[in-house]
Write a protein that binds this ligand. Structure first.
Ligand code: ADP
Ligand code: MG
Length: 348
């Protein structure tokens, strides 16, 4: 939001492509035995022995997926890694390597890319990921980032979206709606700033939801916990588009129905108070908000004792026969069909 006039701005053209790649990637260290060859050759070389490999990729486009007027580049780099790792963990796999490709216009100085890469480096360090390659090219306008993540999982330990059975319990980690409400506050402050640039916003009371939007985490800890509990979910998905649409993905792919209980949906107090302030219904936000990067999974009722009383997990419903349909059971105990609004179209 605030541009530092004293900041150094070295044009990208000061470095050639190779010097730039070298400059941005020189800090990356290799930590995994499975990485035989990282950055520097025509391709990376990996060896996973008896493990199965999962691969996932995401493309982020400026103006579509992020807005640099309130998203610091360091956070963007961090988040771009996180959204990919979340998909790897949703397979019950451990993430091990990423590649990072960027297209960048000359509107960005080298210092901006350094910021982006410091966020990528921080995420790689915290989640123990080797950065093993990428591509760097120019764009006529704006910034694009594409990250591919690779992970490993023991044979038959991977969890798909399609394994849920009737009577399985539906479980979610953490709490929901924070990232969306954080975005609402940021959008509001951006409008205020446009009118009065001297008005420094006080965002202290929104610290949790701000962090959920700007610096989300992926649930690597849950994959370890599930393993420690000797618990393999029957189906799993990460929550990127809102609870409602993710529940529907599990149901449709597993050929089952479900009852989801409004009263059980976990909400942080800051989400509840911010929803009141914006006069929006917190259930609607949890169902359609998106970008929470929590995990949603189903387990057999026989496994209930393994998760009960664990504060990481909330049972929010159970699966039914397909013919029963997919429903939200409201606090007033009325049954309404689930709808997948998705957060993108949510503003109108
Ligand atoms: P090529 O011409 O074969 O595509 P490059 O010169 O683009 O090779 O890349 C050289 C090396 O640097 C490769 O290992 C590539 O994976 C890596 N690399 C290129 N761009 C990036 C980037 N933005 N981030 C991380 N690694 C990169
Ligand atoms: Mg290349």
């Amino acid at each position: 939001m605030i541009e530092d006039k004293n900041q150094q701005r070295t044009p990208l053209s000061d470095l050639g492509e190779f010097a730039l790649i070298n400059h941005l990637t020189k800090a990356f260290k290799i930590n995994h035995k499975s990485t035989i060859k990282g950055i520097g050759d025509d391709a990376a070389v990996l060896e996973f022995k008896e493990k199965r490999i999962v691969v996932t990729t995401d493309l982020l486009v400026e103006g579509v997926h992020f807005d640099l007027s309130y998203m610091p580049l360091k956070h963007l780099g961090y988040k771009a890694v996180i959204v990919n790792l979340s998909d790897v963990y949703a397979m019950n796999a451990d993430a091990t390597q990423i590649t990072v490709s960027i297209a960048v216009s000359n509107r960005f100085p080298i210092e901006a890319l350094e910021e982006l890469y410091s966020g990528i480096e921080t995420a790689a360090k915290i989640y123990n990921i080797d950065v093993i390659g990428g591509d760097t090219t120019s764009s006529t306008s704006g910034l694009l980032i594409s990250i591919t993540a690779i992970g490993e999982v023991k044979e038959d330990n991977e969890v798909y979206r399609n394994g849920a059975k009737p009577n399985d319990l539906l479980i979610v980690t953490g709490d929901l709606g924070g990232a969306y409400m954080g975005l609402q506050v940021l959008e509001r402050e951006k409008e205020v700033y446009k009118v009065n640039p001297n008005n420094q916003p006080d965002l202290e009371q929104y610290s949790y939801i701000m962090e959920r939007q700007l610096k989300p985490e992926a649930r690597k800890d849950i994959i370890k916990l599930l393993n420690d509990l000797d618990l393999k979910p029957s189906s799993m998905i990460d929550i990127s588009d809102g609870l409602s649409s993710e529940v529907m993905h599990l149901c449709r792919q597993s050929n089952v129905g479900c009852d989801l209980y409004e009263s059980k949906i976990p909400l942080d107090p800051q989400v509840i108070s911010t929803c009141e302030e914006f006069d929006i219904d917190s259930t609607t936000i949890a169902l359609n908000g998106g970008e929470d990067y929590e995990l949603l999974f189903t387990i057999s009722q026989d496994d209930y004792s393994k998760i009960k009383a664990n504060p990481n997990f909330t049972v929010i419903g159970f699966m039914k026969e397909k013919s029963a349909g997919m429903h939200l059971i409201t606090r007033a105990e009325t049954k309404i069909p689930l709808k997948a609004q998705g957060w993108k179209n949510f503003n109108d």
